[in-house]
Structure formats: structure tokens, C-alpha cells
Design a protein around this ligand. Structure first.
Ligand code: NAP
Ligand code: MG
Length: 498
């Protein structure tokens, strides 16, 4: 980290007592209380202490938000604004998010337990970058002309869907919001979005900054509250045209039911993963491999849909790689997310910590060996901390290799030859992400092509915000980011002119 970054983070921490948190739904351009006035506590997962009481919305609040979004969609205050003007507003919004990186990063850290060096330096700047990329796309969406008989013209244009619903998870609260809001708004839609109830605070502030940037009232509406009421009301709403969801496969499935049982709204799903990382016997620099393997599984406490949770390693290199991974662990200090040196903060909740620990027990009972970690630490803080955990002796038919754990838990599975590696990697209901490490470029590319996953990194290629993201199989469908990410929010219209 640079000195400036450290100073920035120190300054953010000092501003904690001055934070003014927004805790009400943002509907039709203003914060307002929920019908019925219910509230719930959102806590800091690093202390177990309450931070604020957030208004707990319900279906009637969703109705109000959808009515505001529908009115804004119908009168064209956003969709018919000139693309250049829409672009300017979205760019201003991105700039405001950047300008508030310390405040937003701090909110994200205390609400979600994420390390402040990540939130201030990455999550919030990447939230702004995502809005900015889509802002830039606003006036670059061209149509097509179809072949048609002499003397006639047939145009193909893409129009906004209308009202978009979005329901997002708690692991990247600001970024997941931007991944939906960027493309939905750039394509001229209006939006009703529900943050995860455990992490609603950053999005409320971001919505307020949107209004400050000039987003007209009703274009962006945020409703806070639980998934099984607010989320379901969005999924079943007759006046929402499409819904974008990120979260568990189980809830993703429900959104398809909601759609089938309501108005057949389009559904885009970004769900879980059990991503393989394959390390061949010829991978030469094991320290480089171990550093990338650690990033893939320990980043964001492993609360990552694309977490590389299955390490599929050639049996000849397993022990050496295990040693290299253990040598990496000191670079992953666990602790107070407000400490700039921390790289692993708190898991999101007590319930989630127990669920992850439950998987470690399941692994033990299935015959895996806990090489390191596997026990709660820093309990005296009241926070939900789990150190990097490595399970050896895992077989691909064990539950720890099949189900998404969503914590810093790495399973190690040895393989014998290339076909074996590909078979194990593809033997999963998920297909979100995969990694391949080999010094043999031809082999790496051959294997990368055979892997059934939406993204494949070769030799630690890393995440690219400019490339489409999304899954094969039960990791969902539809893509986010890049030009492919716009498709879900657009209808195609063909027009014939004499
Ligand atoms: P989740 O239940 O799928 O939650 C994701 C979002 O859906 C939240 O906003 C949630 O609201 C909402 N929701 C919950 N139940 C709903 C329902 N019946 N109808 C409509 N919306 C509903 O995920 P989670 O409980 O937070 O985490 C469970 C597991 O899901 C994790 O352990 C992990 O395996 C996976 N997960 C995956 C991702 C990903 O990025 N793909 C992200 C998060 C979790 P509330 O939270 O407000 O109730
Ligand atoms: Mg919280």
C-alpha cells in the first residue's frame, strides 16, 4: 500500500464519529419512513454491536417504489432525456462516489466487516468505475439496419425494459449495487433495488449522491427490508419488467418461480460457485501459484461467489504446494477491519460463521484433515473471525467439495492426469469461474477451453472489470459488465418503414 493510501485510510477511521447514516428507504427522490414504521438493527460483524436501526420495509413500500419508478419510466424523464445529458449525470454520480470514498468505505467496513484497505481503496473506487464505464456507454448504443425489400427500411433498435427490480447480496454491497444500477440506468430504465438487510447503509448513501448528481426523482428507488417480504414482493410485482438477482442458488430458483407465477418478468441470475483451481505438475513457480490460490480463496473472507474453493493439484506437487500456501498465510492477517494492515475481516454474521464452521466439521467427519485454521478466533472482540482454513484429503464427492461454503475454506483434491483434472473440475453443479496453472501454454489453453465456466484465469490472470461476468450451469445465466452486460436490460424492437 502507498503512503497516501495509508493516510487516506487513517483519515477515514478518524471520521467514524462524524458519520451520519441514512436508514430509510429512498423513494421518489427522498428518504421516507416505511409504512408501519418497523425497524431492525444492523450490526458491525467485527464487534457484534449494533450500528443503526434501519427501516424495515414490506410489500406496501415496494408498491410505492414501483409506482414512482413506473411513473418515471412512463413519462420518459430519464429514458427520453438526451443520451449526452444522461451520461453527464451518471459521470457526476461516479465522481461523487469517488469523492466520498472514505465515508462510503468506512460505512461498508463497519456494516459488512470488510477490511478498510479494501473498501476505501477498491470497493468504492470500483463502484465508481463501474458507474463511469456505463455512463460512457450511454451515448454509444447504436442500432442496426436489417435487410429489407428495395425502397423500404427495417431498423433494429434496443429499448429500455421499463422498470427493473434488483436484489443484491451482502458480500460486496456497493459494488453489487453498481453492477446492476450501471447497466440498468445507462440503458434508460428506472430501478427499484433491495440491498441485503445486513448491509443496506452504503447503498442508501450512494442513492442520495445519485440525486445530488441529478438523477431525476423516481429513477432510482431503494427499499430496505428482508428478502422474504421485500425481495419476494419485487420478484412477484406485476409492474416490474425484469429482475436482476445476485445471491444463493436457492433464492435464485425462487425468482424463477416468482416470475412464472406473476408476469413472466425477465430474470437474470448470478448465483453461487465452487470454483476449481487446477495446478499442473509443471507449474514452475509455486510461490506465485500459492499467492494466487490464496487471493482466490481468502479475498473478502472467502465470501465471494467466484471463490476458488477447490484446489485441484497434481499429486506430485501437492505437498510442495501445501507448504507454499502455508508460507503465504502470514500475508493474510485476520483482525479488526478498521486496521489498515488487516486483510481478512469478520464474516458477515454469527449465523454465517456457524454455518462455515459447520462445514469444517462436515469435512472432518467425511475424512478431510484440517491443515490449518478451522476454529473461531478473536472471540473476545465479539466479532465473527475465522482464519484461513485448509482442508486436505478432500474427495470431490464430499459435501465440502460440492456445496458453496462462502468462507475462507480451501479444499485440496489431488489428480492423476489432465483428463482427471478436467473431469473433477467440471464435476459440479456450478460453473462460475476457474483457474489453471501450467508452464505449458498449450496445455493451459487446451484445459481452459474444456472448463465449463463463465470465466477462466490462466496462471493468475486476475479479475477484469471490463469483461463479462457470469456463470454456466446452476451458477445462473446472463452476464454482467462489458457490452454483454447491457443485454439483460434491453428489449429488441424491429421497425419496418415503407
Ligand atoms: P441469499 O439469501 O440468496 O440473499 C441474497 C439476497 O436475496 C438478499 O438481498 C436477501 O435478502 C434476498 N432474499 C433472501 N431470501 C429471499 C426470498 N425468499 N425472496 C427474495 N429475496 C430473498 O443469500 P444469503 O442468505 O445472504 O447467503 C446464503 C448463501 O448464498 C451464502 O452462504 C452463499 O453460499 C450464497 N451467496 C452467494 C452470493 C453470490 O455473490 N453469488 C452472495 C451472497 C450469498 P436479505 O438478506 O435481506 O434477507
Ligand atoms: Mg451490518
Amino acid at each position: 500500500m502507498t503512503d497516501t493510501a495509508v493516510r487516506e485510510i487513517e483519515q477515514a477511521r478518524n471520521e467514524i464519529t462524524r458519520l451520519r447514516l441514512r436508514t430509510q428507504p429512498f423513494i421518489a427522490g427522498e428518504f421516507r419512513d416505511v409504512i408501519g414504521g418497523a425497524r431492525y438493527v444492523t450490526e458491525n460483524p467485527a464487534t457484534g454491536q449494533p450500528i443503526a436501526e434501519v427501516a424495515q420495509g414490506g410489500p406496501a413500500d415496494v408498491d410505492l417504489a414501483v409506482a414512482a419508478a413506473r411513473e418515471a419510466a412512463d413519462d420518459g424523464r430519464w429514458s427520453r432525456m438526451s443520451p449526452g445529458d444522461r451520461k453527464r449525470i451518471l459521470l457526476r454520480w461516479a465522481d461523487l462516489i469517488d469523492a466520498h470514498a472514505r465515508e462510503l468505505g468506512l460505512i461498508e467496513t463497519i456494516d459488512a466487516g470488510k477490511p478498510i484497505s479494501d473498501t476505501v481503496e477498491l470497493d468504492i473506487p470500483e463502484t465508481a468505475a463501474c458507474i463511469r464505464w456505463h455512463a460512457e456507454a450511454t451515448d454509444k448504443l447504436y442500432g442496426e439496419v436489417a435487410p429489407s425489400p428495395e425502397g423500404t427500411v427495417a431498423t433494429i433498435t434496443r429499448e429500455p425494459m421499463g422498470v427493473v427490480g434488483a436484489v443484491i447480496p451482502w458480500n460486496y454491497p456497493a459494488q453489487m449495487a453498481a453492477w446492476k444500477l450501471g447497466p440498468a440506468l445507462a440503458t434508460g430504465n428506472t430501478v427499484v433495488i433491495k440491498p441485503a438487510s445486513m448491509t443496506s447503509l452504503s447503498l442508501l448513501r450512494i442513492a442520495e449522491l445519485g440525486a445530488e448528481a441529478g438523477l431525476p426523482a423516481g429513477v432510482l428507488n431503494v427499499v430496505t427490508g428482508p428478502g422474504d417480504t421485500v425481495g419476494e414482493a419485487i420478484g412477484r410485482h406485476l409492474d416490474i419488467d425484469c429482475v436482476a438477482f445476485t445471491g444463493s442458488t436457492e433464492v435464485g430458483r425462487r425468482f424463477l418461480t416468482y416470475s412464472a407465477e406473476s408476469n413472466l418478468k425477465r430474470v437474470k441470475l448470478e448465483l453461487g460457485g465452487k470454483s476449481p483451481q487446477i495446478v499442473f505438475g509443471d507449474a514452475d513457480d509455486l510461490a506465485h501459484v500459492a499467492a494466487n490460490v490464496a487471493i482466490a480463496i481468502f479475498w473478502n473472507m472467502g465470501e465471494n461467489c467466484s471463490a476458488g474453493s477447490r484446489l485441484i493439484v497434481h499429486r506430485s506437487r501437492k505437498e510442495a504446494l501445501l507448504e507454499a500456501i502455508e508460507a503465504e498465510l502470514p500475508r493474510w492477517p485476520v483482525g479488526d477491519p478498521l486496521d489498515p494492515a488487516t486483510r481478512i475481516g469478520a464474516l458477515i454474521s454469527r449465523g454465517h460463521l456457524e454455518r462455515v464452521l459447520g462445514y469444517v466439521d462436515v469435512g472432518r467427519r467425511e475424512g478431510a484433515r484440517v491443515v490449518t485454521g478451522g476454529r473461531r478466533i478473536l472471540e473476545e472482540t465479539g466479532g465473527y473471525f475465522l482464519p484461513p482454513t485448509v482442508l486436505d484429503g478432500v474427495r470431490n464427492d464430499m459435501r465440502v467439495a460440492r456445496e458453496e461454503i462462502f468462507g475462507p475454506v480451501l479444499s485440496i483434491l489431488p489428480f492423476a492426469d489432465e483428463d482427471d483434472a478436467v473431469r473433477i473440475a467440471n464435476d459440479s453443479i456450478f460453473g462460475l469461474h476457474a483457474g489453471v496453472f501450467s508452464a505449458d501454454r498449450e496445455r493451459a489453453l487446451r484445459v481452459a477451453r474444456r472448463l465449463r465456466a463463465g470465466q477462466v484465469d490462466v496462471n493468475g490472470g486476475g479479475f477484469n472489470l471490463l469483461a463479462p461476468f457470469g456463470g454456466f450451469k446452476q451458477s445462473g445465466y446472463g452476464r454482467e459488465l462489458g457490452r454483454h452486460g447491457l443485454d439483460a436490460y434491453l428489449e429488441v424492437k424491429s421497425l419496418q418503414l415503407p
